[in-house]
Design a protein around this ligand. Structure first.
Ligand code: FES
Ligand code: FES
Length: 161
C-alpha cells in the first residue's frame, strides 16, 4: 500500500507515492531523484544522509518519508542560489574539505545550519558542531578550515549587501 506524500523540497512543492515504511533518505534519492543525499550506515551514525528539515539538520535515514509530509526539506542540491554554490560549498571547495566526497553533502547541510545559528564559532564549537558527521578520508583538518572560511565568506556577503 502506498501513500501520496507532499512536501516542499528545495523550495519546490513535490508529491510522490511511497510505502509508509519508506525512509526519507530513500524517498529523496529514489522517488524524487535527488541523489545528492548520500546513505552510509543507514542507522543514524555517520551523518552522510543529513538534510535540513524545517531548517534543522536531521538524519534522513532515521525518518520515514510520511513524517515529512507538509514540511520543508533542503538537500545539498538546494543549498546554492542562482545556480551557483553557497558560501559553505565554496569554502569546502577552496579549502579542499573533501576527498572522496561521500560525506560531503551531510557536512554541507550540517555546517549551513551551524553557521546560520552561530556565524563565528570557536574551534571547539566547530568540532562540536560537526561531531555528528563522520569522514573516513580527510582527517577533518581541512573540513574545520572550510567551516571557518565559510564563516568569512558569509560575513563578506553580508557586508557587500
Ligand atoms: S546514513 Fe544516515 S546516519 Fe549514516
Ligand atoms: S571525504 Fe571521503 S568520507 Fe569524507
Amino acid at each position: 500500500m502506498t501513500r501520496e506524500i507532499s512536501l516542499t523540497v528545495n523550495g519546490v512543492p513535490r508529491t510522490a507515492s511511497a510505502e509508509p515504511r519508506r525512509l526519507l533518505s530513500d524517498f529523496l534519492r529514489h522517488d524524487l531523484g535527488l541523489t545528492g543525499t548520500h546513505v552510509g550506515c543507514e542507522h543514524g551514525v555517520c551523518g552522510c544522509c543529513t538534510v535540513l528539515f524545517d531548517g534543522e539538520p536531521v538524519r534522513s535515514c532515521l525518518m520515514f518519508a510520511v513524517t515529512a509530509a507538509g514540511h520543508e526539506v533542503t538537500t545539498v542540491e538546494g543549498l546554492g542560489a542562482d545556480g551557483g554554490m553557497s558560501p559553505v560549498q565554496r569554502a569546502f571547495s577552496e579549502c579542499h574539505g573533501l576527498q572522496c566526497g561521500f560525506c560531503t553533502p551531510g557536512f554541507l547541510c550540517t555546517v549551513t545550519a551551524l553557521l546560520r545559528d552561530d556565524p563565528r564559532p570557536s574551534e571547539d564549537e566547530v568540532l562540536e558542531g560537526i561531531s555528528g558527521n563522520l569522514c573516513r578520508c580527510t582527517g577533518y583538518q581541512n573540513i574545520v578550515k572550510a567551516v571557518h572560511r565559510a564563516a568569512d565568506l558569509i560575513a563578506e556577503e553580508r557586508t557587500d549587501r
